[in-house]
Write a protein that binds this ligand. Structure first.
Ligand SMILES: [Zn+2]
Length: 113
């Protein structure tokens, strides 16, 4: 499943960061999931519950923040309102996706002795 590999990658990232800083445990993770990333928050949460056992994240909460899709003009950068035609109202250039397809590890709270 897609979410399993994403959680595994997130845990790898967190462990690497925690090791670099000499942390003994992780308290909280913040993850952003784009509307168009194809990731389901509920599936991600259950994959996380399964995978964190035995890792530094065993007792860590995972906050998931949903990020809406954002479009902008590829020529002049003007934002395209949600639900509008995907074309710039100012110059007519087709829009490009500016955000909302990402899965991002935003922050990690950890315990450093
Ligand atoms: Zn434009």
């Amino acid at each position: 499943m897609h979410e399993y590999s994403i959680v595994q990658a997130l845990l790898d990232q967190v462990e690497a960061q925690a090791r670099t800083r000499g942390a003994t445990a992780v308290r909280r993770l913040r993850v952003q999931i784009g509307e168009l990333s194809g990731v389901e928050a509920a599936l991600l949460a259950s994959a996380y519950a399964l995978f964190r056992a035995g890792t530094l994240c065993e007792a860590a909460e995972m906050d998931v923040e949903a990020v809406p899709a954002r479009w902008e003009c590829r020529a002049c950068g003007q934002g395209i309102p949600r639900g509008a035609v995907l074309r710039c109202p100012a110059c007519g250039t087709p829009a490009r996706l500016a955000g909302g397809d990402e899965v991002l590890l935003r922050s990690i709270e950890m315990e450093v002795p």
